[in-house]
Structure formats: structure tokens, C-alpha cells
Design a protein around this ligand. Structure first.
Ligand SMILES: C[S@@+](CC[C@H](N)C(=O)[O-])C[C@H]1O[C@@H](n2cnc3c(N)ncnc32)[C@H](O)[C@@H]1O
Length: 196
């Protein structure tokens, strides 16, 4: 059964600052810590200046070098580092927060903001390579919390099933898209986990 909930609230470009969202994230971190007896590892590839940067259990990244994260890399390069770490025997991610730009337009604005140009592959599929790399490292029972205008998340093909979907309607502007927050859990390994 998928939990669904709806709230009308103010969402900014730092959604983790919203108290409803923060509660969801804190609950997932508590769950991870409980399940792993305190040993869990979380990752956030788009962490900006959010609270996860202050958590010892999180490895953080943001493309923009102004933000004080563990890494300042493009998502797919960060994902590669997480994959390599796991292959070297470090603990794989038990929890992934995935809050990227929600459209190609937004991605381009971020690249413009740091004086970089988008590459052709990004116009075809912004996040696929990184999602594939991270998903295959993740153990059964681990979770992803995805933000965006879709509920696609990491998806069935990567071994995930939806646990909850939260709809946050914008209180301030009725012409704005709602923010969708999707929680998924890894339920099975896929052939890709072993073959690539
Ligand atoms: C929606 S914001 C994240 C906000 C954060 N979750 C919070 O609530 O404070 C998206 C972030 O992704 C970063 N970003 C944009 N493109 C990226 C890319 N290709 N790889 C990694 N980070 C990227 C931006 O610099 C921006 O800080």
C-alpha cells in the first residue's frame, strides 16, 4: 500500500527548510539509523547549504562550488565516486535524498550561474547515468526520497517500489506546479546490479 498525503504550503528553492518536508526527511534518517543500528550512510547529490551537510552520516555534493559540501561535482561524477567507494568495501548508501533541478530550464540556469555550458547528453537525460550507478550499489531495504514535478523516482527497473507520495501544493501562487515528494524502497536486486 502506498501512503499518500496532500498539503498546501510554501515551497521555496530550498525545500528542506519547509517544516513538513523536514519532518519527512528526519523520519527517514531516524528509520535508517534504527535499521542499521547507527551505522547507516546517507547521500545527497544536490545538497546546497541544507542541514544534511552538518550530519556525520551523510556524504554531500552540489555542483556549485560556493556550497560547502563534501564534493562539488556534476551528479553523475558524484555517483561514480559513491559507486567506486562501495566497490572498495565502504558501506553503500542506505538513504538517498534526490532533490535536483526539476527541469532542463532550471538545470541550465544553475549551469549559467556558475559560468558553465550544458553538454548534449544532459539535454537527453539529465540524471539517468547517476541514478543507475547509485541504484546498483544500494542494498535491499534502503530508501530514496525524490523531489520534483513527477513521481518517477528511481523506479521499478532499478529495483524500487513506491512507499509514499506527498503532494505539496504551492500556497502563494496558484499557477505554480505542485512539488511531489516520492519515497521508494529497494525491494530486489536487478540483473544490472550484477552485470555492469
Ligand atoms: C533544488 S536545489 C537543492 C536544494 C536543497 N535540497 C535544499 O532544500 O536546500 C538543487 C541544487 O542542485 C545543484 N545542481 C544543479 N545541477 C546539478 C548537477 N548537475 N549536479 C549536482 N548538483 C547540481 C544546484 O546548485 C542546487 O543547489
Amino acid at each position: 500500500m502506498i501512503v499518500m498525503d496532500y498539503k498546501k504550503t510554501n515551497i521555496t528553492n530550498t525545500p528542506y527548510d519547509n517544516p513538513h518536508i523536514r519532518r519527512i526527511l528526519d523520519k527517514e534518517i531516524d528509520r535508517m539509523m534504527w535499521k542499521t543500528q547507527g551505522a547507516g550512510v546517507g547521500i545527497d547529490g544536490f545538497a546546497r547549504e541544507s542541514f544534511v551537510n552538518d550530519l556525520e552520516c551523510f556524504i554531500t555534493n552540489d555542483l556549485n562550488p560556493e556550497f560547502n559540501c563534501d564534493y562539488n561535482l556534476e551528479w553523475k561524477d558524484f555517483a561514480k565516486i559513491i559507486e567506486e567507494r562501495t566497490l572498495q568495501g565502504f558501506r553503500p548508501p542506505d538513504l538517498v535524498f534526490f532533490d535536483p533541478p526539476y527541469s532542463l530550464r532550471q538545470l541550465k540556469d544553475h549551469y549559467d550561474g556558475i559560468g558553465k555550458d550544458l553538454e548534449l547528453w544532459q539535454t537527453h537525460n539529465m540524471w539517468k547515468t547517476g541514478k543507475d550507478a547509485i541504484a546498483k550499489t544500494m542494498p535491499v531495504g534502503s530508501r530514496v526520497v525524490s523531489f520534483g514535478w513527477t513521481t518517477s523516482g528511481f523506479g521499478h527497473k532499478r529495483g524500487f517500489e513506491k512507499v509514499a507520495i506527498y503532494v505539496f501544493e504551492q500556497a502563494a501562487r496558484e499557477d505554480r506546479y505542485a512539488l511531489l515528494v516520492t519515497i521508494e524502497e529497494k525491494v530486489q536486486h536487478t540483473l544490472q546490479d550484477f552485470n555492469e
